[in-house]
Design a protein around this ligand. Structure first.
Ligand SMILES: [Zn+2]
Length: 263
């Protein structure tokens, strides 16, 4: 009976090696086989982490090559952005949307560490050696009631995976002071009202500090904006956002420009 097990183990090891060769490095030995299979299939279908040039560094929308986003992109023109820079792995669509749903609602928490590590690599590519001093990583907080039900806090696990790769500390600088309805069920304007006043920042002086704010998905950015403003109020010099995916609030995966014209 030992042979089939050994063969299965060999297969798993071979899969991990193949994924590492193909750019899925830094995998945890405990990464479940279901996640490995997902990644392997996605890779075969050409999935890879987005290059930073393919999206706007302010709002995270897909803009494609040749669009100058130094001041703003067509998706965020005229909008105040509460952070300095955002990085993402992909648009919120298949397959990453399935992985995120698995992470949040199906107990597949190891995705969180993987997302965090991949984001850390993406962050390293554009940040280089700058801001190595006084950097702290902060997860967007989950209400304790939701955390209790889920059994884990996926944003914290993402933040920890991110921080470990860069050698930075992860600190819960913000806490959720009251329970709020899930943002996914609300319109853009209702989302802002829903989260306003629901977060509290620790009474710390963050002057001179760069804060990386980590969350799973950005849609309208209402939650991230509230958190970023609190960090700014606490004195943070620079605030960067790292999310696994950016969802198009218009629901077209950024295939149309604001106003509806095709890209
Ligand atoms: Zn933009």
């Amino acid at each position: 009976m030992g042979v089939p097990v050994a063969r299965t183990n060999d297969k798993v090891v071979a899969t991990i090696r193949a994924l590492r060769r193909n750019g899925f490095g830094a995998l945890d030995e405990l990464f479940p086989t279901v996640c490995l299979q997902e990644l392997s299939q996605a890779r075969r279908q050409g999935w890879k982490v987005d290059r930073s040039a393919s999206y706007c560094g302010r709002c995270g929308a897909s803009v494609g090559p040749g669009v100058n986003t130094a001041a703003a992109c067509p998706f965020c023109a005229g909008q105040p952005i509460a952070w300095d820079r955002i990085i993402r792995l992909d648009v919120y669509r298949e397959p990453i949307s399935r992985w995120i749903v698995g992470m949040k609602f199906a107990g597949q928490w190891p995705w969180a560490k993987w997302f965090g590590r991949r984001l850390a690599r993406a962050a390293g590519r554009w940040a280089g050696a700058q801001h190595q001093q006084q950097v702290v990583v902060c997860p967007v907080p989950l209400h304790w009631g939701r955390r209790l039900r889920r059994g884990y806090d996926q944003s914290y696990l993402m933040a920890r995976g991110f921080a470990q790769m860069r050698g930075w500390p992860v600190v819960r600088l913000i806490r959720k002071a009251r329970y709020t309805r899930p943002q996914t069920a609300l319109s853009a304007s209702m989302r802002i009202a829903n989260v306003r006043g629901s977060f509290k920042v620790k009474p710390l002086d963050l002057s001179g500090w760069t804060v990386w704010l980590v969350d799973d998905v950005k849609t309208t950015g209402a939650t991230l904006s509230v958190c970023a403003r609190l960090l700014r109020k606490a004195g943070a010099d620079r605030i960067h956002v790292a999310v696994a995916a950016v969802a198009d609030p218009a629901g077209t995966d950024f295939k149309t420009w604001p106003g509806g014209s095709a890209k």
